[in-house]
Every structure is written in C-alpha cells, then in structure tokens.
Design a protein around this ligand. Structure first.
Ligand SMILES: Nc1ncnc2c1ncn2[C@@H]1O[C@H](COP(=O)(O)OP(=O)(O)OP(=O)(O)O)[C@@H](O)[C@H]1O
Length: 367
C-alpha cells in the first residue's frame, strides 16, 4: 500500500524551480490526495513561471507514477501571484488571434478521442440550477437515443457524483481513466479524484491542466455527445476551458430574475468571444408549481428569459418550473428525468433536449 510518506519521498527527489532544494523541503506541495491507485496534488509556483515550470510538473508526475500500484498521477501548478504583484496580463485572446498551444502541447480544440460532439452548460452566476439542468439534459439526450457522457468541470464544487448517486472511483487502465457509469451516462468529475475538502486548493490558471486530463486522459465512449457542466461564472477558468474544448455549442441556464439575465448576457458574450455557437437559453425555476394544488405562480415574473433570448437573437430552449420534485431528486442522486421519465418535468427536459439537438444540426450545417 502506497502511503502519503512514500509519495512525499518521491517528490523530494524533484528539484525545485531554481534547481535549489526539492519540492518537499521547499514546502511547495499542497492538497496531496491519495485515493486508491490515483494521486493528485498541487505544486505552488509563481504565476509568471507557470509555463516555464511545466517540465518540473511532469517530472513530479513521473516519479510518483513509478510507485508500485499507482496508476494515475495528476499534478497541477497553482500559479499563485505574490501579494501586491501586478495582475497577470489577460491570457485569452479572441479565437482568431490564438496561437499558443494549451497545456500538454495539444493543439487548441483537438477533438476528444471517442467523443462526437461536446456541449457546454453554463451560467453567468452560481446557484441558478446549472448542474441540475446539465444532468437532466444529459439524461434527456440519452432518452432521445444518444450515447451521452457528462463531465463535471466545476472543479470548485463538483456536484455531479452526488446528483447522479455515483460514489465509485474511476478505474485506471494503462494510465487512462475509465469514466464512472451512472444512470446509463459516462461520468467524470474532479469529485471522484479528490476529497470533498480538497477542491478549494485547485485554484489558479493552471487548474486547466487538471481539466484537460479529466477530459482527454479518459476512455470515453464511444459517445455521441459529451455534456460539460461548466464552472459557474464567466471568468478566466471558463474562458480557458472554452478555448481548449472543441465545443459544438453552449446552453446558458438562467433564472427569470433580471439580475440573472444580465449575468446570462455575460455568458453569451463569453461564448461569442471564443466563437462557440450559443444553442440557446434555458429558463430554470421559471414558475412555481404548487405540489398540493397544482396551481402555477409566476413568482419571479415570467417570460424574462424568452424575451431576452429574442432580443439577443438566440433560441429560447424552454422553461423548467421551480419544483420540489426536481430539487429532491437531484439532491438525492436520482435526477427527475431518470426517476420519473413519464412525468411533466422529464417532458420539459426532453423538449429542451430536442431543441438542443435541432440546434446542433443547424450548427453542423452552417459550420
Ligand atoms: N427547477 C428546479 N426546481 C427546484 N429546485 C431546483 C431546480 N433547479 C435547481 N434546483 C436546486 O437548486 C440548487 C442549486 O442547483 P444546482 O446545484 O444545479 O445549481 P448550480 O447553478 O449548478 O450551482 P453552483 O453554482 O453551486 O454549481 C440545488 O439544490 C438544486 O436541487
């Protein structure tokens, strides 16, 4: 059995950034997590040296990978900035101006092996029901006859394992992870690889290398569609993610409140910046359906997302009510599309899935 001490002993063989000292004696390793045959950890480095120190990151992965019984190692550089240091220059350029290869030397938007089309589910801010929508949309696409996978790119708060009731860890075969199967979907999430308390240390721009591995060092499929549950918001991590994933399109989830719609617009602009077609907006928690009397109340006002979509010239994909059954089921690991496939909520998600599929066809034709 490999222990944390064994991993640290190996990491103490890797020279530090200036070839003086080693990763352990310099105190650069954080968030070490050992789960089954997988090891993950973070190496703290100055932001401006992240690219230059990529060989050090790879060396760390390699030495730990030599431990007997270890099948997969994920090392991430956090690229922290010294307090008071000038902000990092924007790393993202419009698609046309992109030249630098992303981490791991992959060409931008290289296809993912075994995966047909990738769609992102995004939101301008947290808590609007993005993950609930992503999971139910994935299940609805499956119900429409497609082979579907879902990737939890929300590294700060991975919720897919809980929402899909998937507690297993991915197996590793010849250094590649096998996605976990849950409700017929192939699932990958950082939540499978690190302890619940650990994700907070996965900050910094180099978090992308962890996502790249979760996406590309995985034996997907074959899949027709991979749904990516994006981290909430429209910041650097989201933009970088859009740049390195060959996205066929994006779905934006919004609640009817005006403020959320402003945030939805930010999401839209982000995808436009990286030239990813927006397939449309889903209005979540659109109205309240009383579980006892079946009465409908438009507590937030209704139709905001539809109107906004029209104004912005993007499709309105559909609305999902605020309903106890949707919350209870997604929080208990039995999403409503799988647990009540004949019910009205599953119907709403399937209608959205059909709109998404139609949008993907249009995109494919005009691309
Ligand atoms: N239509 C709905 N009806 C009732 N509850 C819902 C609905 N959609 C989402 N929820 C609940 O709202 C909460 C937040 O949803 P979810 O985690 O999907 O949001 P999110 O936008 O992904 O959040 P985060 O930004 O934290 O990742 C969850 O408890 C979920 O069950």
């Amino acid at each position: 059995m490999v222990t944390e001490a064994d991993v640290k002993a190996k990491l103490s063989l890797v020279a530090g950034p200036d070839r003086t000292g080693d990763l352990i004696s310099l105190g650069l390793v954080e968030g070490l997590s050992l789960r089954g045959d997988r090891v993950t950890f973070v190496i703290r480095v100055p932001a401006e040296r992240a690219r230059e120190l990529e060989p050090m990151r790879r060396a760390a992965e390699q030495v730990v990978g030599e431990l007997p019984g270890i099948a997969g190692v994920t090392a991430v550089l956090t690229a922290e900035r010294a307090p008071g240091a000038a902000p990092e220059p924007p790393r993202l350029k419009p698609a046309a101006a992109r030249k630098a290869p992303p981490h791991g030397g992959l060409k931008p938007k290289a296809p993912i092996e075994g995966v047909g089309r990738v769609i992102a589910v995004a939101s301008g801010k947290g808590g609007v029901g993005k993950s609930t929508t992503a999971v139910n949309l994935a299940l609805a696409l499956q119900a429409e006859g497609h082979r579907v996978g879902i990737l939890d790119a929300d590294i700060y708060g991975p919720s897919l394992p809980r929402m899909l009731g998937a507690a297993d860890r991915p197996e590793t075969v010849e250094k590649r992870m096998k996605p976990v199967e849950a409700q017929g979907l192939q699932v990958m999430s950082m939540g499978f690889l690190v302890d619940e308390a650990a994700p907070m240390v996965w900050r910094g721009p180099m978090v992308m290398s962890a996502l790249t591995q979760m996406m590309r060092e995985v034996d997907w499929g074959p899949l027709d569609i991979l749904v990516v549950d994006m981290p909430p918001g429209t910041g650097d991590a989201q933009l970088t993610l859009c740049q390195s994933v060959p996205l066929a399109g994006a779905v934006i989830v919004s609640t009817p409140q005006d403020i959320a719609l402003i945030d939805a617009r930010k999401g839209l602009n982000m995808f436009r910046k990286v030239e990813v077609p927006v397939l449309g907006i889903v209005e979540n928690m659109s109205y309240f359906l009383c579980p006892s009397c079946g009465d409908r109340s438009d507590i937030f006002g209704h139709g905001g997302a539809r109107e906004e979509a029209e104004k912005l010239g993007i499709p309105f994909l559909g609305e999902v009510p605020l309903h106890m059954e949707i919350r209870r089921n997604s929080d208990q690991g039995t999403p409503v599309v799988a647990s009540a496939p004949e019910g009205p909520h599953a119907g709403a998600y399937r209608a959205i899935a059909r709109e998404v599929l139609a949008g993907l066809e249009t995109v494919a034709v005009t691309a």
